[in-house]
Design a protein around this ligand. Structure first.
Ligand SMILES: [Zn+2]
Length: 137
């Protein structure tokens, strides 16, 4: 089993970063960090676009981030039609890592504000599929 388990719609079944899904099973959201130049990536990359190194390690995104932007999708791309409306956000964490993802649907729309404290949570979509979302901290 590999990356086909990630997300509501899978666009790829294999990737060098498929261990990402294994970490989600343990409710850990991880990015990668370049061992040569220190650049951090989320979503995880397995090759550094700054120094071209392939020496990467995983790091865990933890603690509280701050919501820096969000939008609510009223129309959806193919495969997500049944989910609208849903809110997408970007949260920035203390180390500067920015995480793009869905915002917890249970947060009332009027309570979603730039600057609010967020953390990440793995979500079991059923049938062995996993994703993650941004939830209020
Ligand atoms: Zn690098």
């Amino acid at each position: 089993m590999g990356f086909e388990q990630f997300g509501i719609v899978s666009f790829t079944s294999a990737t060098k970063a498929e261990q990402f899904v294994e970490f989600l099973k343990s409710n850990e959201l991880r990015g990668t960090v370049c061992l040569d130049c220190g650049a951090k990536f989320f979503p995880p990359r397995t090759d550094c676009c700054y120094c071209l190194s392939d020496r990467m390690d995983w790091f865990t995104i933890s603690g509280e981030g701050r919501l820096v932007s969000f939008t609510t999708a009223m129309f959806a791309p193919a495969g997500f039609e049944k989910d609208v409306p849903y809110t997408l956000g970007v949260a920035e964490f203390a180390d500067g890592t920015k995480v793009f993802g869905r915002v917890d649907r249970s947060i009332p729309q009027e309570q979603i504000k730039v600057g609010m404290a967020m953390k990440t949570r793995a979500v079991d979509l059923g049938e062995g599929r996993l994703t993650y979302e941004l939830v209020a901290a």
